[in-house]
Ligand binder design. Structure first.
Ligand SMILES: *Cc1c(COP(=O)(O)O)cnc(C)c1O
Length: 401
């Protein structure tokens, strides 16, 4: 057996099969490129589901991590540490908000958002105990905890994991009338992705997000934007909400916030909303640890320059222009997305998303399929135009064949 086959067989024997990875075993990576255990190089067009917006081995991020590793890595929140205040202040400022509650994974941040909205509902909005309702969208993806999968519409994510957490109402994504109809006096929040990532990079119809903003404001309901995948430069703006001129009440952030180095997530909101917490009511051993803060501070500094947003805009325009040319050519049904982020629906007779992904892998391009015949393209924002063009050429070749 080859080194690759041995590694895969061993992984299959000793890890739960909750993933079905492409048969490539990565050993190292730099920028937009990964090298496997047999020395083959692949263009990374997934970027860790946008956790690697700044590329593999980004020098600034690695240096920040290394410097912090030599100082202090973990204190727990039982004590203050000297990176914490800067992290919270600067992240709040980047978001145009007032307070930060740091966690680690995206799902934890979403859980935190849910808990915060409920607590705000009881303490500020004066909803009767146990009655708080949160409205979410169909085809959402917000993570994998038992509460979060309770309001998923994806049977794969839900089946056999009940009993489910109550308190959620599901409405069709993009439908303001349905949202308005679902609101009651016990609604505390609307939780949505401004662009639905896992669903296939679905951009809502123009005017939808401003409509959600208006409706939530009118009804004294929190608008929670899960920007874990759409945020931090991916779409050409710091937040995808900005494309529609919308400012939510709360951002949920993760993925790229940790620069692909460490898991860092956060809920960012106003003092009114995050001010509901008292000591002991919520927490996380690793949340806001010094290493996480040091890396995230560097991420924030990089985002402040605007250069990554600019790149995502320019390269994204190019990407969508090129992908647009494939639509109607017999192999591509539709292309969606914004910035350096695209969902490409392959004509089903040309193969499943998985089959296309495997063929792209044979041509040394790594992407991920989602939901049947859709592939998702989201390279690191540091990718060069030449590499992007080369990746697109491989896609054209695969679709031709
Ligand atoms: C990835 C993702 C999550 C979950 O993040 P994890 O770090 O995997 O828990 C939540 N919401 C969105 C929109 C995501 O893309």
């Amino acid at each position: 057996m080859s080194t690759t086959e041995t590694a895969i067989a061993s992984a299959e024997a000793h890890s739960a099969h909750n993933y079905h990875p492409l048969p490539v075993v990565v050993a190292s990576a730099d920028g937009a490129w990964m090298t496997d255990v047999e020395g083959r190089r692949y263009l990374d067009m997934l970027a860790g589901y946008s956790a690697l917006n700044f590329g593999h081995g980004n020098r600034r991020l690695i240096e920040a991590a290394k410097a912090q590793l030599d100082r202090v890595t973990l204190t727990s929140r039982a004590f203050h540490h000297d990176r914490f205040a800067d992290f919270c202040t600067q992240l709040a400022e980047l978001c145009g908000m007032e307070m930060v509650l740091p966690m680690n994974t995206g799902a934890e941040a979403v859980e935190t958002a849910v808990k915060t909205a409920r607590k705000w509902g009881y303490q500020v909005k004066d909803i009767p105990d146990g009655m708080a309702k949160i409205i979410v969208a169909a085809n959402n993806f917000h993570g994998r905890t038992t509460t979060i999968i309770s309001f998923s519409t994806d049977q794969e994510a839900r089946a056999d994991f009940g009993p489910y957490t109550p308190g959620f109402e599901i409405v069709p994504y993009g439908d303001l009338t349905a949202l308005r109809a679902a609101m009651t006096e016990n609604t505390v929040a609307v939780l949505m992705e401004p662009i639905q990532g896992e669903a296939g990079v679905l951009v809502p119809p123009p005017g939808y997000l401003p409509g959600v903003r208006e409706l939530t404001r009118e009804r004294n309901v929190l608008f929670i934007a899960d920007e874990i995948q759409s945020g931090l430069g991916r779409t050409g703006k710091t937040f995808a909400c900005e494309h529609e001129g919308v400012v939510p009440d709360m951002y949920v952030l993760g993925k790229a916030l940790g620069g692909g180095v460490v898991p860092v997530s956060a809920v960012v909101s106003s003092a009114e909303v995050l001010g509901v917490y008292r000591p002991g009511e919520h927490g996380s051993t690793f949340g806001g640890n010094p290493l996480a803060c040091a890396v995230a501070l560097e991420v924030i500094a990089m985002l402040r320059t605007g250069e990554f947003q600019q790149r995502a805009t320019e390269l994204g325009d190019h990407l969508h222009q090129e992908l647009g040319l494939l639509v109607g050519g017999g192999a591509v049904e539709a292309v969606r997305g914004r910035g350096l982020w695209a969902g490409v629906d392959i004509v089903p007779s040309r193969g499943t998303g998985r089959e296309i992904s495997e063929k792209l892998m044979d041509r040394r391009v790594l992407v991920k399929d989602t939901h049947g015949s859709t592939i998702r393209i989201a390279p690191p924002l540091v990718i060069s135009k030449e590499d992007l063009d080369w990746g697109l050429e491989q896609l054209r070749e695969v679709l031709r064949g």
